[in-house]
Design a protein around this ligand. Structure first.
Ligand SMILES: [Zn+2]
Length: 146
């Protein structure tokens, strides 16, 4: 909508409607607002397979997409804490999505389904250690009021 300028009261509306990419930006900003709102709530992530609690959304520090060597796309959330998963196997530094981090497979403590990876920084401090959990293997749930 570019016409009807006189009826617009919010100057931002006329700028964002000028191109489709601005609309995309707007949609993305809206999505990010929704996500950040849920961070302060009691949103939990459950294993899709067995419904046990894997992590709290407030420990999510980022989200990213990566292709594995076979060309399969994974959309993962990065978590500083995830009590419901455990790392198994040897640490491997080949094909890591995070520079300087070796990875181990992370499985659900309850049903052993792979839910992602644990990334371990080669640096001595453990601040570089985090979990990368595959979004579509998780379910969102609201913690019941306690
Ligand atoms: Zn499970």
């Amino acid at each position: 909508m570019t016409a009807g300028r006189d009826t617009l009261t919010d100057p931002q509306i006329s700028t964002v409607s000028e191109s489709a990419s601005s609309d995309m930006e707007l949609a993305r900003a809206r999505l990010e607002r929704q996500i950040s709102r849920s961070f302060d709530g009691n949103v939990l992530l459950l294993c899709k397979q067995c419904r046990s609690t894997v992590a709290a959304l407030r420990f999510c520090t980022g989200s990213s997409r990566h292709f594995n060597p076979s060309g399969y796309l994974f959309h993962i959330g990065e978590f500083s804490r995830a009590a419901g998963v455990k790392a198994v196997g040897e640490a491997c530094s080949a094909d890591s999505w995070f520079q300087g981090c070796a990875w181990r497979i992370a499985i659900c403590r309850q049903c052993q389904t792979q839910l992602g990876w644990r990334y371990e920084s080669a640096a001595t401090s453990d601040s570089g250690t985090f979990w990368g959990l595959i979004w579509n293997r998780l379910l969102k749930a609201r913690r019941p009021d306690s």
